[in-house]
Design a protein around this ligand. Structure first.
Ligand code: ZN
Length: 329
């Protein structure tokens, strides 16, 4: 993502004029770790409000919070819902973009055939569009970002999960039921473990942030991660003074960007330990991917092996992607 100053610098006056004629829209990114809402005019970000997804991302808990975040973003942008042309929601797949129903995303517990488009339409009474988050990311890069001017693009997001958005001949590749481009669920190791999607040895189950953390915690529980655990405990002791960059807005300098915080008992996050009291933190210490990456950087062998395994899986996946799609970028 670029901030609006950068975009203004790199945009021709003709394009700026066109952007000014574009309608105001709201964008929502429903992530497994963080949820972001924003008010935009074309590629120009007017305001953004984010919140942590938390450990209980049930629709009943999350959706009302997204409504609140949208209202907050509208206020920050100095506008109202009546002036908004539509809301675009990027949600984790699998989903049906035609009906706006989100099926059962592996990273969103308790989500089962949630009629997201209908729920938002009932609440806001304006046009609502629901798209697979990686597809939306690919389209965004194609229209406004790194993929401008390219008609054959593969967009890969590696985060809580791994998602893909494929644009061929300038069009999003959807497949017969809208689930094409699920690149995170290509098989990398057919002798590997079963992914929550049902397939075996998926790229996502080997190399996503969630998987890196899972492998580290499995090793710790098996008694193989004493050095990593010590590193994590040291990080935990310094966690009040060293903020987690992944939990911060990427455009923190933007005065229109805020993070919405809910009561402490409900803001459980994915950083090191969220229980109250040091003893409970020690007891339930859960190492996240960022800690594993930092531990690898500092030379801890277990962390290096986990990161190397993930990197190799991503390398294999990228070769497969190049062979399948022959993309420009
Ligand atoms: Zn899978």
């Amino acid at each position: 993502m670029q901030n609006k100053d950068t975009l203004a610098d790199t945009t021709t006056s003709k394009q700026s004029l066109n952007h000014n004629q574009l309608p105001l829209v709201v964008g929502v990114d429903l992530g497994g770790t963080q949820i972001r809402t924003a008010v935009l005019r074309g590629p120009t970000l007017l305001s953004r409000v984010s919140l942590m997804t938390g450990k209980n991302p049930s629709p009943g808990r999350i959706i009302p919070r997204v409504y609140t975040a949208i209202q907050e973003a509208l206020g920050k942008a100095g506008t109202t819902i009546e002036q908004i042309a539509g809301i675009g929601i990027a949600a984790p797949g699998p989903l049906d973009s035609k009906t706006g129903v989100v099926f059962t995303p592996p990273n969103m517990a308790d989500w089962d055939h949630v009629p997201l488009r209908d729920l938002f339409t009932e609440h806001f009474h304006i046009p609502i569009f629901v798209e697979n988050d990686a597809n939306a990311g690919g389209l965004g890069e194609h229209m406004f970002g790194a993929g401008r001017g390219c008609n054959n693009i593969v967009y890969l997001t590696i985060s809580t999960g791994i998602g893909g958005g494929v644009i061929i001949d300038g069009k999003l590749l959807e497949g017969v039921s809208g689930t094409a481009g699920e690149l995170g669920h290509m098989t990398i190791d057919w002798h590997g473990e079963r992914c929550p999607c049902g397939n075996i040895g998926c790229l996502e189950y080997i190399a996503s942030g969630t998987s890196i953390a899972r492998k580290a915690n499995e090793a710790i529980h098996a008694g193989e991660g004493i050095e990593l655990l010590t590193f994590a405990r040291t990080m935990l002791q310094h966690s009040t003074t060293v903020p987690d960059p992944s939990a911060l807005p990427t455009q923190g300098h933007d005065p229109a960007t805020v993070e919405l915080r809910f009561p402490p008992e409900e803001t459980d996050d994915t950083s090191l330990g969220s229980e109250t009291g040091d003893e409970q933190q020690e007891e339930h210490l859960h190492v996240n991917a960022r800690t594993v990456a930092l531990a690898a950087e500092s030379g801890i062998p277990l962390a290096r092996a986990i990161i190397q395994n993930a990197a190799e899986a991503i390398g294999v996946g990228l070769v497969n992607i190049i062979h399948c799609f022959n993309p420009e970028i």
